[in-house]
Design a protein around this ligand. Sequence first.
Ligand SMILES: NC(=O)c1ccc[n+]([C@@H]2O[C@H](COP(=O)([O-])OP(=O)(O)OC[C@H]3O[C@@H](n4cnc5c(N)ncnc54)[C@H](O)[C@@H]3O)[C@@H](O)[C@H]2O)c1
Length: 336
Amino acid sequence: MKKLRAAIIGCGGIAQTHAQVLSAQETADLVACADIRPERAQAMAKTYGCRAYDSLEALLAQESIDVVHLCTPHPLHTPMAKLAAARGIHVFTEKPPAVNESQWAEFRSLAAENVRVGVCFQNRYNPGTEFLKSLLATGRPGKITGARAFVTWRRDAAYYTESGWRGSLTTEGGGVLMNQSIHTLDLLCWFLGAASGVDASLSNHHLKGVIEVEDTFEALVDFGGRPAVFFATTAHGADSPVLVELLCENCTLRMEEQEITVRWKDGSVEHHRLADKLSPTGKAYWGASHGLCIGDFYRCVLEDRPFRNDIPGVSDTVELLLAAYRSAREGKEIRL
Ligand SMILES: NC(=O)c1ccc[n+]([C@@H]2O[C@H](COP(=O)([O-])OP(=O)(O)OC[C@H]3O[C@@H](n4cnc5c(N)ncnc54)[C@H](O)[C@@H]3O)[C@@H](O)[C@H]2O)c1
């Protein structure tokens, strides 16, 4: 099988998962990596037998690559994606693709370039998500009439103070919504489609004076007359399983990590435990499906097929994310 030559930019935490996944793909060959902390790029290069650089620009000047993986802090995703796309290189970026409206306009414009662009919303590939999608597609649950979602995790001061970029509005762009619970917001859009309105608020409850970004986010999202309540915090005592519940005409569908409960209106209840179907990469509570998501991106590029998380495919989520921040800033509902 043809292999695409890959490079990883930003060799910190999540990049290790991308590198592991790439080394296990028949469709990919990790040839280079770059980090402004050269020791990080060198360590990755040594482990995976690739070449190390201290910037994206230096890597692009020396290497001929097909796909670049962006594993850098949030505000760098859009400019780095533009730089790579301008050279005809496909882009697979970590979330979020953009941190504000002007970046999003630039990122969206890459859809017109002659390259493929994918975003790492890997939880769409989780076994629980796939199970619910298939069940909904049978028509048995009926239409979705509303939803709720809860993300209750723990991030202490050290998580922010030791990172060098998290916690600051300039370098992280946002807190629990932009960074952690964006995946759950994405699942709501994956199930319910485009939002038509959002009324949201942000707080910093447990890290006052330590972080500028929010540790807690709550919103009422209007999905075309179907209300969804959303609550996310990093002030909880543990990384508890994410809960997503869909109210349907004929049942309630509850997903807590990979455990599904279907409560039918006739009183019958079904339980499905799908955790043993999880891929081994990544932490369970933020979704372990990087391998499935990245593997699908490479196959879509090679077979010239649309990718689930391409720019049109993630637009509902990014537009809701940005509208939620605007709603919280302006203190009013935003219609989309
Ligand atoms: N999909 C997921 O579940 C998931 C999980 C964790 C992190 N992420 C995302 O991955 C990205 C990175 O997060 P992380 O936790 O790995 O952070 P990290 O701080 O561990 O790693 C980021 C790396 O980027 C490097 N870097 C910074 N500026 C750079 C530049 N200009 N050029 C090259 N390298 C640069 C840093 O030195 C660091 O090594 C973020 O967008 C984050 O939201 C996604």
